[in-house]
Design a protein around this ligand. Sequence first.
Ligand SMILES: NC(=O)c1ccc[n+]([C@@H]2O[C@H](COP(=O)([O-])OP(=O)(O)OC[C@H]3O[C@@H](n4cnc5c(N)ncnc54)[C@H](OP(=O)(O)O)[C@@H]3O)[C@@H](O)[C@H]2O)c1
Length: 310
Amino acid sequence: MKSSLGTGPVKRVLVFGATGSFGSKLAECLALEQVCVVAWVRPDTLLGKKERLDKLRIAGVEIIEGDFGSRSQILAALTGVHTVVSCLSGVALTLQLELLGIAKAAGVQRFVPSEYGSSPEMAANDPCMEGSVFMTKQAVRGAVLASGMAWTILAGFTFMHYFLPRLGELSAELQCPPEEVQVFCNGQYKASFVTLENAAALAAKVVLDSRTTNKFIHIRPPGHHLSQPELIHTWTRVSGQGVQQIPVPSLVDSIRGSRGAERARLQFTYYIWERGSQSATIPNDELEACKLYPHVSLVSPSAYLAALCT
Ligand SMILES: NC(=O)c1ccc[n+]([C@@H]2O[C@H](COP(=O)([O-])OP(=O)(O)OC[C@H]3O[C@@H](n4cnc5c(N)ncnc54)[C@H](OP(=O)(O)O)[C@@H]3O)[C@@H](O)[C@H]2O)c1
């Protein structure tokens, strides 16, 4: 059985960013869903990410080599595609504005922009968020909603591997067990934690499901929506280790004087723990992915933290 999207069966899905961390997992999960999955890949990437591309091919993903500078190449690749899924990141996020127009011209029916994190709307008019990816994501979101194509926006969650090893601090270094942790803004806000693999499995179902057409979808399973004090409590329970907590009332001054990667790290932390970008109740007209697909089994935050102890 092909998946259906109201407007007919989804036969062909094209993924931009399928060589990325999230996009590669999502493309592999989509390939399990009995649709034809196509990955648009830049020529240099074909050489540079051979292993990842081999994995995609083995999963059944068709690779199309293409140059983002060539409208005619993109138009040809998108012709006959039902749904476009973007997993682009960083500076490539702005490419989506052009891809959107080409997708519409090619007759694509649904566009899924690259969000997969905090919803960008709270970043508007916040000087602390200037220059962040959320400003670009908000501009893309506006263009997607105005495009006339069907859309689905999947947002409102955080990948566990970014925030859990340091109990809510954003650090690439996996220090385990942490001896001390900065607790931001009195630990008053919550965020929703999910593994990259679980998010990809849910996202593959979301983008092929007619129920998610023109809907905002969150990933917020019970037990995964936690404050920093709750994360610390969970860690203490599973590890038997105490953690010294260092209160940080605000990051505003630190963001003001920061730049580059350090500014981005502070902005992500501020957005989640000081603005509460994933804390609010999900509005009634928006959906939660785990309620739609209760059979997808998920790694809980406590299981993830327990695995760090071994
Ligand atoms: N919620 C969270 O905790 C969280 C964490 C991380 C990311 N995210 C979000 O998830 C999405 C995907 O992020 P990711 O970490 O998977 O990204 P990633 O690993 O950096 O991969 C991004 C993809 O974009 C492509 N790309 C990068 N720069 C490009 C450029 N200049 N021109 C054309 N293509 C370019 C890459 O292609 P090549 O392989 O050819 O370079 C790659 O396929 C983003 O929206 C990101 O904000 C969310």
